[in-house]
Design a protein around this ligand. Sequence first.
Ligand code: FYN
Ligand code: ADP
Length: 598
Amino acid sequence: MGKMNEAPAPTATGNLIDGPNTQNDDTRHPSMTTDAQAPTTDGFHLVIDALKLNGITNIYGLPGIPITDLTRKAQAEGMRVISFRHEQNAGNAAAIAGFITQKPGVCLTVSAPGFLNGLTALANATTNCFPMILISGSSEREIVDLQQGDYEEMDQLAIAKPLCKAAFRVLHAEDIGVGVARAIRSAVSGRPGGVYLDLPAKLFSQSMDAEAGRKSLIKVVDPAPRQIPAPDAVKRALDLLKGAKRPLILLGKGAAYAQADADIRALVEKTGIPYLPMSMAKGLLPDTHPQSAAAARSYVLAEADVVMLVGARLNWLLSHGKGKTWGGPKQFIQVDISPTEIDSNVAIAAPVIGDIGSCVSALLAGIDGSFPKPPADWTGAIGERRDKNLTKMAETLAKNPSPMNFHSALNVVRDIVKANPDAMLVNEGANALDFTRSIVDMYKPRKRLDVGTWGIMGIGMGFAVAAAIETDLPVIAIEGDSAFGFSGMEVETICRYNLPVCVVIFNNNGVYGGKDVNPTGHSDAAPTVFVKGARYDKLIEAFGGVGVHAETPAELRRAMEEAVRSRKPTLINAVIDEGAGTESGRITSLNPQAAKKK
Ligand code: FYN
Ligand code: ADP
């Protein structure tokens, strides 16, 4: 579970600062200074101390009124403060830091517009079940509540509430400890998610007795308590699984988050059941594992009779558990921490509610040598489909068209990731996302970070920065040219912190591709088309990074190898055939069709 309890205790003195009357005031009479000389602390330092006390060492944010000094003081107090160029990217960084570490990632923003920019990431974190705390400075309550027109006036708490798991405001310095503790617990316990913490400007300069301040802080004990599943629920699930003729295990990003890697692998291997990873669960077992049914996806979803979901929701990514994708009737087992997730789309025959670590270990305890192996005709049929798809894929990957297409470029990325299985892979786009997901095998858990539950663009550089900061491992970001645009300015951030990030832009001149034309003949480009032949590599050079223009797989390979080896911030402009993409990639069916005929 969370590692917050391992945080070092703060120093004995904490963040004591001098009281207002104690600085070199030699005119004071000693007898009159006893109380005034008692060390005091303030809101700034209490926030920092409360975070540090709970093992939170990194802040992702963007300084400005009223939190500029908070960022300075946090850095001075030994926290790592990573400043971004736009709050949404800082927020995405915090969110993915939460996913990687099980500690809430902290994003710090200024009031009103800064807060709103960060809020998109907070909502996305909540949707994805990533633990995150958005701390935002806010303007004066008295003025905001009377709507008298304050600088950056906004009732931020009210706006944040529907978009996150919990929202709190702290008005008094002595409540900072409670506020931070509540935020941490809300973010990581149960189903993880985003939490908003509103800190009005006046709070930061409030001072209080240092010792009382220190005592007001809370070191959260057991922030994400284990939730043990009921034995009868476990038995019900095992009975169902035992009777299955065509069982399937479906692993979601909740399973990756849970850090129960060894037990999950044991569950798959001991039962011998084929498994299908959702995109961010790839690598939980290596994608090359013989039980992986990833390359027979359509077949297993349609044909399975009992499906055990582990940390995956039956949302749009799984066609809501019904319809053509799911073929004939089937029964579901669902392992999840959230009881209200059950039956959200279809009936769940065997819910197992608890944390995945505890649930999987309880399931494992019920699996011995007598547990029936899945019938050979089922595993054989999957193997046949998988091998057919793998062979087809290998043939496609071996082609070397000019210009490059997604496949020939990703063939290189696939090799680089295979040679560097510890590297973190960030991935966004439409075609750039979909092709990477199926072509690039992952070998270790929590290495693949992508657009997640909403399928959003804009996570790229924020995720890349946090992946580098949290792990110190090389990061490879495979970006569609459109997706990159949402967070592209953060290449300056990557250079500023000298992060080992290699951004590869699959540049096909537009959204989905670059071939659209304006039907009116006007000189405006078509809505999906960008500047043709853009040189994104020049962008990073402006900040001292390495820019490479790659037109062939050989050039791409050389540049990626060098980037991973050197750990230098690198941006590779990989030129892709502008006709290579399809509209919306694999989800083109989600585009509404015009009913009106011309
Ligand atoms: C998978 N496949 C493979 C492999 N892996 N073939 C060969 N080799 C390998 N390694 C096969 C798999 O069996 C499928 O074929 C097909 O490739 C596609 O597999 P994928 O990508 O896993 O599955 P699919 O059908 O695309 O999954 C649906 C989805 C997915 C909704 C889960 O598309 C998804 O995650 N989409 C996110 C989209 C998104 O967020 N886009 C951003 C917005 S874009 P068959 O079995 O033959 O079907 C805005 O416009
Ligand atoms: P995917 O997109 O990969 O299918 P989802 O985000 O839809 O995954 O589902 C993740 C699920 O995992 C959520 O329903 C969430 O409640 C659950 N979850 C997250 N963390 C845990 C945990 N530690 N234990 C149990 N369930 C968890």
